[in-house]
Design a protein around this ligand. Structure first.
Ligand SMILES: C[S@@+](CC[C@H](N)C(=O)[O-])C[C@H]1O[C@@H](n2cnc3c(N)ncnc32)[C@H](O)[C@@H]1O
Length: 191
């Protein structure tokens, strides 16, 4: 995971500029990222899609787990943050950084479906209509056995997730400021 000392400052500056869009004042901790990614089979994936990549807390760890030849599409709406990621990982041709809103990600997948979807989108602080558009797009992005992992700071999204996925597992990771809720969602009960 290639995090830089200046990342928390960049993150905080983005929060000051767009507080509801960022939804947090600090990047996700390394321990919480590991707990989150342990809920899905990243090493076995052909395609991983990341939504709300920010300063790359998850991006670096996904790349560390991803096999050669697999693909990561990381979506970030803030052009300053997406430019940072594109520059940092320019040498890794498994990664495609997209500057767009998460609800449009399908347009960048060339018809492929994700084996793993990793979301740090701050659903509870977003405008309600945007939140619904992104949530409605999520199930269609996954393969039938695919798993979506999410990080949230409250259990509020549980009902929305249960309406869209057959299986929703969750746990709390204490190793984050603030402690976070991690969800793993799938249409496959065995996933
Ligand atoms: C809580 S931060 C998480 C950043 C990073 N993944 C982490 O865990 O530290 C949420 C990120 O989602 C991005 N975001 C918010 N709304 C978005 C949208 N509609 N589409 C794509 N990214 C979005 C924000 O710009 C921000 O970088």
């Amino acid at each position: 995971m290639r995090q830089h000392l200046t990342d928390p400052l960049r993150f905080f500056a983005a929060f000051v500029a767009h507080p509801r869009q960022m939804g947090a004042v600090l990047p996700t901790s390394r321990a919480a990222v590991r707990d989150m990614l342990d809920l899905a089979d990243v090493p076995g994936a052909d395609l991983v899609v990341e939504l709300g990549a920010g300063t790359g807390s998850q991006t670096g760890e996904i790349l560390a787990r991803l096999r050669p030849g697999a693909r990561l599409v990381a979506v970030e709406i803030d052009p300053k943050l997406s430019a940072l990621l594109a520059k940092r990982y320019a040498a890794d041709d498994r990664l495609q950084v997209v500057t767009d809103s998460a609800e449009n990600v399908d347009a960048y997948l060339d018809g492929q479906r994700a084996d793993v979807l990793v979301s740090a989108i701050p659903f509870t602080s977003l405008d309600g209509k945007l939140r619904q558009r992104i949530l409605d797009a999520l199930p269609g992005l996954l393969t039938p056995q695919g798993v979506m992992v999410l990080i949230q700071y409250s259990p509020l999204m549980m009902g929305e997730l249960r309406r869209r996925f057959r299986s929703v597992r969750w746990r709390i990771t204490p190793w984050n400021v603030p402690p976070a809720f991690l969800f793993a969602c799938s249409q496959d009960d065995a996933a």
